[in-house]
Design a protein around this ligand. Sequence first.
Ligand code: ZN
Length: 190
Amino acid sequence: MDKFMVEVSARHVHLSQADLETLFGKGAELHPMKSLSQPGMFASEEKVTIKCAKGELTARVLGPVRPQSQVELSLTEARQVGVKALIRESGVLDGTNGCTLVGPAGEIELPAGVIAAKRHVHMTPADAEKYGVKSGDIVAVKVETPDRSIIFGDTVIRVRSDMALAMHIDTDEANAAGISGTAEGEIVKF
Ligand SMILES: [Zn+2]
């Protein structure tokens, strides 16, 4: 089956417009620095500090703004700062833990929103047809690297016409597979 790109997402934050303005000032906007593979998404110049019980980390804000603020950490980072990050799909935040976000103009106490992103493959409906999968399916993806090839189970398929074919994993998962930069993956069946 055709391979696809596997991209590594470093820790990052998504902000609501209201939270963006609390952290960066009234009328604040994100300043795009680099386009991401998903159409319309970008890494911004803005960074915030994530503060939890045992420590803090700086993270970049990804745009555009969203209905709800969200913090995506690897499990290693979550342990480091003392927060339990549930493994969730982006935007599914009920029951998750919160943290404090600090920006140049203020800070906010997020009651929820800290997650470790559930690994996933973005694709268009045409890709889904080609691979014989549908949105929400759970698949296994084999990633071949020179010294640490791995098969990732529990990978969710996310289909939308405005998405681009790419798998997203976090830095812990990338380290487990020995990936530096990007790699290629393919859906495998047992
Ligand atoms: Zn993604």
